[in-house]
Design a protein around this ligand. Structure first.
Ligand code: HEC
Ligand code: HEC
Ligand code: HEC
Length: 146
């Protein structure tokens, strides 16, 4: 039953995303990624993106395997949506790429409580903020000791 429900939600989003024929039904406006193509075919990502990132998380967090192809940071780096001032919007903004369908499909994800929802070129997101300040403290201490 759960499976059927999931397929129905996915189907309706995919259908609405790929057609503008539903004049009266508001369909999600999905911002385009900032490149020629996604890390997997678009159709595949529409339906299975969560499998890729959750798998990537397990590979990294539990097995220590860190590859770039399905990296969460890369998703955010390429799927940036800018506001009128040219600043990348974060997950609190309805225009954020990940919200474009989720708001519509009433999907809630907690990922951005820790992960950055805007591009992080060099700096890490909040997931690392705690440990980074520790590293800085330690570095400052050892500098003082010299
Ligand atoms: C290098 C740039 C790039 C990266 C990295 C990237 N994408 Fe994409 N993504 C794209 C492009 C371009 C499209 C196609 C948009 C289109 O065809 O309108 C796309 C399409 C998608 C779609 C379907 C959107 C739609 O229009 O239905 C989803 C969902 C998606 N990506 C999620 C992800 C996730 C999750 C990640 C990280 C694992 C990721 N992408 C990484 C560029 C990227
Ligand atoms: C093309 C529309 C679309 C886009 C764009 C999109 N999602 Fe989704 N996402 C969905 C749908 C629909 C579901 C619900 C599927 C289901 O019911 O299992 C979902 C589910 C998820 C889930 C699983 C949630 C759960 O509780 O099981 C995660 C994680 C997720 N998306 C992450 C992302 C991230 C991160 C982005 C932005 C990089 C993103 N999605 C962009 C349509 C989209
Ligand atoms: C409680 C904080 C927290 C939450 C919530 C959380 N993560 Fe993470 N995540 C981490 C930490 C810490 C790491 C390991 C450090 C790193 O690699 O950035 C990590 C690593 C990852 C990685 C591997 C590294 C990368 O950038 O690809 C992925 C993928 C990932 N998480 C996806 C998710 C997704 C998808 C969600 C939401 C369904 C989520 N995380 C929710 C803290 C969190």
């Amino acid at each position: 039953m759960k499976y059927l429900q999931k397929m129905l939600v996915l189907l309706s989003v995919v259908l609405l995303a790929s057609t503008t024929a539903f004049a009266e039904v508001p369909s999600p406006k999905i911002p385009k990624g900032n490149a020629e193509q996604c890390v997997e075919p678009t159709q595949e990502m529409r339906v299975n993106h969560m499998e890729y990132i959750l798998h990537q998380r397990d590979e990294t967090v539990y097995k220590g395997v860190r590859t770039k192809q399905h990296s969460f940071k890369e998703c955010i780096n390429c799927h940036t949506v800018k506001d009128d001032a040219g600043k990348a919007v974060n997950f609190k903004d309805e225009r954020h790429f990940c919200n474009s369908c989720h708001t519509y499909a009433a999907v809630k994800i907690d990922c951005f409580e820790c992960h950055a929802s805007t591009p992080t070129a060099k700096k890490d997101g909040k997931a690392h903020a705690g440990i980074n300040s520790l590293i800085k403290m330690t570095a400052a201490e050892s500098n003082n000791n010299e």
